[in-house]
Each structure stands twice: as structure tokens, then as C-alpha cells.
Design a protein around this ligand. Structure first.
Ligand code: S3P
Length: 186
């Protein structure tokens, strides 16, 4: 498992200092964004925000209810607005798996250190399980995840300044990898 900054379309060194905004975690459902984000923030002693959690807290509705009652386009608009707002706060920020679908969000991410937590289909299915809280995965979880991973890989690659393969790596080890890269950039 390694951090492979060479896939970045824009070298990390050319980006602004991470202190200007949060370190951002992106990746598909089951990639560990929320778990790793919380651990990383604790380790760095900074604030942690998770876009989905903020949306749920503010709306008083689950993500699944927002999808059903308001529709996916309404969720995506809310997600893009919430992401834009939270990108202005320092700390660590975990995005929803589909946040990269928004061209506006992808453009906003160009100014940030963005870590793509990459997950393969088998691990993603295993970690997500039959979790019905994820409305996009209702029905055949495996085939939905396969489609989603195929469709989004290029978008995660586009926004990521680093990629970490999470399949055989624990959240604690991922935090160490991020910390080491963080130190070596300074
Ligand atoms: C989504 C992923 C979910 C959540 C929503 C849509 C997606 O977040 O934002 O259900 O499009 O992949 P997680 O990546 O935390 O599961």
C-alpha cells in the first residue's frame, strides 16, 4: 500500500499550504472516509467535519429520507452548497461519495490537499454490507457499487492529490501514511 502522488494532475507542491483549508478525504462508499477523517483530525488535533453528517444534523432527516422525499437533484444541490461552505473551514473534511460528480465541487477542490481513499469492489461490498442508509445502493448492492466505482474512478483521480489503497490497510495505518506525507511536504 503506498501513497502515489504521481497520479495527481497537479503536483502537491504547486498547491497552497494545507493550512489554508481542510485536508479533504474523497472516495466511494465503504472507503473509510468518515472513520479515517475522525482519526486523522484527532491525531492532528483539529476539527473534523463530515458533509453527510452536517446535512443530516441540519435538515433533521436521514440521507435516505432526503433522497426519497426531495429527490437526488435536491440532495446534490444541498451537498454542493454544504461542501463549498465546509471547504472554507480548517481541519479535516470528509465528502460524500458522490460529491465529486459536481463540476463546481471539483473546481473548488483544486486549492486543497485531497486524499483519495481508494477501495476495490470486494472490500467496498464487505464494508458497506446491506446498509440501507445508502439510498443509491438499494437493490443489488454489488452491482450498484461496481457501476459507481467504474463511473467515478476518473473523477476521484482528477481531484486527488494523493491516493491511498485502503483494501488491506487499517484506518490507523492510513492515518500514519497521511501524517508522513504531511510531514515530508513541509
Ligand atoms: C453517496 C454516498 C453517501 C451519501 C449519499 C450518496 C454517493 O456517502 O452522500 O448516500 O453518491 O456515493 P458515503 O460515501 O459516506 O456513503
Amino acid at each position: 500500500m503506498s501513497i502515489q502522488p504521481e497520479i495527481s494532475p497537479q503536483p502537491v507542491e504547486e498547491r497552497p499550504e494545507p493550512a489554508e483549508g481542510p485536508i479533504v478525504l474523497v472516495g466511494a462508499p465503504g472507503s473509510g472516509k468518515s472513520t479515517v477523517g475522525a482519526l486523522l483530525a484527532e491525531r492532528l488535533d483539529v476539527a473534523f467535519h463530515d458533509v453527510d453528517a452536517v446535512i443530516v444534523e441540519r435538515s433533521g432527516k436521514s440521507i435516505a429520507d432526503i433522497f426519497v422525499e426531495d429527490g437526488e437533484p435536491a440532495f446534490r444541490a444541498l451537498e454542493a452548497r454544504t461542501t463549498a461552505e465546509l471547504l472554507r473551514r480548517p481541519g479535516v473534511l470528509s465528502l460524500g461519495g458522490g460529491a465529486v460528480l459536481s463540476p463546481t465541487t471539483r473546481a473548488a477542490l483544486r486549492d486543497h490537499r485531497v486524499i483519495w481513499l481508494k477501495v476495490g469492489l470486494a472490500q467496498s461490498v464487505k464494508r458497506v454490507g446491506l446498509d440501507t442508509a445508502r439510498p443509491l445502493l438499494l437493490g443489488n448492492v454489488r452491482s450498484q457499487l461496481r457501476k459507481l466505482l467504474d463511473e467515478r474512478a476518473a473523477l476521484y483521480r482528477e481531484v486527488g492529490t494523493e491516493v491511498i489503497d485502503t483494501d488491506d490497510t487499517t484506518p490507523a495505518d492510513i492515518v500514519e501514511m497521511i501524517m508522513n506525507a504531511h510531514v515530508s511536504q513541509r
